[in-house]
Design a protein around this ligand. Structure first.
Ligand SMILES: Cc1cc2nc3c(=O)[nH]c(=O)nc-3n(C[C@H](O)[C@H](O)[C@H](O)COP(=O)(O)O)c2cc1C
Length: 274
């Protein structure tokens, strides 16, 4: 997934810190609104737009830029920093513009930022030290969660099973073939067999194997990576977070999360052996 963040930040650099944390979590490209005219946003799957809240809505430069571009069919997330403890309707204007330009807002993030204007000068400013470490942590987590949610494979579990070969379940996703039954999925067509998942999974879930003969994986070399023991996944995300091809999806559900807690003893043994 190709993601671009376009932001404006001027007063204290508050929004820039938040924008960079979100970009870090998402693995997104990031530019200021002043640089945005030179970029073709059509090449991106997801766009992030953010700025401070100035006089009740996003910064006028971001609003003007957004009003000037065609967002047809694009998925957008928006973010801001603000002085007020509550967000209220501060995002409404930008949301309205995005809708008018044909885009869809799929998520939003906002946190407080230091403000030493107007009456706040009397007390040395509001929100001293914000965004702080916790705000930045939350912003990065917002980016990580969004990346997982927007993964192409996020609905793969609902597709019909193509075949089960050597205990591994395979499904079609358009022209791609995805291995994995319930929890850990690998797009074997996008996978570049770099071995990062095999190296980093603490539970030894991934294995490189000869591609099954009964599945048309002709575009792939002789070997593919499969999730051989996905029932041992503890949802640590050390695989998908490192996958350079974005070819892994971990499906987090309540039952998967609770299963880890209820089978901890067994999982510990697996961990010690892997
Ligand atoms: C001109 C101006 C107008 C502002 N208006 C608002 C406002 O209406 N509501 C609010 O909560 N904060 C307001 N603030 C506070 C900023 O939103 C806040 O300080 C923000 O974190 C600044 O981000 P920046 O450092 O990225 O520019 C305003 C600040 C400035 C300088």
């Amino acid at each position: 997934m190709k993601t671009l963040i376009i932001y404006h930040s001027s007063y204290m650099g508050n929004t820039e810190r938040v924008a960079r944390a979100i970009a870090d979590g998402l693995g997104a490209d990031i530019i200021t609104v002043d640089q945005a005219d030179s970029i073709d946003i059509a090449g991106y799957d997801l766009i992030g737009l953010g700025s401070p809240i100035n006089f009740g809505s996003h910064d006028k430069r971001l609003l003007e830029y957004t009003s000037s571009i065609d967002l047809s069919g694009l998925r957008i997330f928006i973010f801001s920093t603000r002085c007020s403890p509550i967000l209220g309707s501060y995002h409404r204007t930008l949301k309205k513009i995005i809708k008018n330009q044909g885009g869809t807002v799929i998520a939003q993030f906002s946190c407080r930022g230091y403000d030493n204007t107007g009456p706040w000068t009397l007390i040395g400013g509001m929100n001293k030290g914000r965004p702080d470490e916790r705000d930045i942590f939350k912003a990065r987590l917002f980016g990580i969660k969004l990346k997982r949610k927007e993964n192409n494979l996020s609905a793969i579990w609902s597709k019909p099973i193509k075949t089960v070969t050597d205990g591994i379940t395979y499904r079609d996703l358009d022209t791609h073939i995805v291995a994995g039954k319930n929890i850990v999925y690998i797009d074997t067509t996008s996978c570049v067999t770099c071995g990062q998942c095999i190296k980093n999974c603490p539970m030894g879930i991934f294995k490189i194997t000869t591609k099954p003969e009964n599945i048309n994986l002709s575009a792939r070399p002789i070997n593919i990576v499969i999730p051989q023991s996905e029932h041992n996944c503890i949802l640590c995300h050390q695989c998908d977070d490192r996958c350079p091809a974005n070819a892994i999806y971990i499906r987090e559900t309540t039952s998967t999360a609770l299963r880890v807690a209820f089978t901890e003893k067994r999982l510990r043994q697996v961990y010690l052996k892997s």
